[in-house]
Design a protein around this ligand. Structure first.
Ligand code: URA
Length: 253
């Protein structure tokens, strides 16, 4: 195995390299190493090893990994009618077709239903995706919901307290009425998890019809002025700030 100086800044912990390539959190990448699925220059890697992803051949399950030269993070305003999936889903318009390129290392954070609009994040940074989506970090997600009629005080209390979905209560939410009328109301809901179809199911469970659903923020990220179907590649500085906000240290190895 190639000898690399410890002072080489490209000499990085293997789990960090794998995570950056989109294979999950550093913790789950440690598991890949422990399972003997990773090799460095033809030798099975051990936990604790470092490597230079620019000079060495790192393979996961016999596939050469491709290390991004720079992390790319994209914030998109997802339009309705597009599926969020890395696979082709029977010809349904795919959200990746709206991106400048479809890289298998660019993962999305927090799926949105085909009919849901709003903020969708894509990143090559596995650790960032993990922090933004794992319920244990309780990152807040804000949704704008347009419903039929008004939301009664009782319904608001139920949504705030928690709704039983699949046998467990949703974590406490925050409801804010933005506008209301006899026919339709605009409501903001803040949740801290991301269960499947969570917002739709919470409202459905108390008999409320949703006309329209849009995510307006995830943690510190907002939709801002991004138009429907458009995206913004976030700058290195913004990405660094975002990583710090979600509790990722900025050290290089
Ligand atoms: N909750 C839903 O019901 N759908 C989404 O797309 C996102 C959150």
């Amino acid at each position: 195995m190639k000898k690399i100086s410890n002072s080489d800044p490209n000499f990085i912990r293997l789990q960090k390299i794998l995570s950056k390539c989109g294979y999950g959190s550093r913790r789950s990448c440690e598991e890949l190493i422990l399972e003997g699925r990773v090799t460095i220059d033809g030798q099975v890697a051990k936990l604790g090893m470092k490597a230079n992803p620019f000079e060495q051949s790192i393979l996961l399950d016999d596939q050469l990994i491709s290390y991004p030269t720079e992390d790319t993070t994209i914030v998109m305003n997802k339009p309705s009618g597009f599926i969020v999936s890395t696979k082709d889903e029977n010809g349904i318009p795919n959200i990746y077709n709206l991106l400048p390129y479809h890289s298998n290392t660019l993962r999305y954070a927090g799926r949105l239903d085909v009919n849901t609009e709003g903020l969708l994040l894509f990143s090559t940074d596995g650790e960032l995706i993990y922090r933004l989506t794992h319920p244990k970090f309780e990152i807040k997600k804000v949704y704008e919901v347009i419903i039929e009629g008004r939301l009664s005080k009782n319904a608001q209390a139920q949504l705030n307290y928690g709704i039983n979905l699949d046998g467990t209560l949703t974590k406490p939410a925050n409801i804010k009425i933005i506008s209301e009328s006899q026919d339709r109301s605009v409501v903001e809901i803040i949740i801290h998890e991301g269960r499947n179809h969570q917002v739709r199911r919470m409202f459905e469970a108390i008999g409320i019809t949703i006309f329209h659903l849009r995510r307006i923020s995830i943690g510190p990220l907002n939709l801002g002025a991004i138009k429907r179907g458009k995206y913004k590649v976030i700058s290195k500085g913004e990405l660094e700030k975002l990583r710090v906000t979600v509790g990722i240290s900025t050290g290089t190895n």
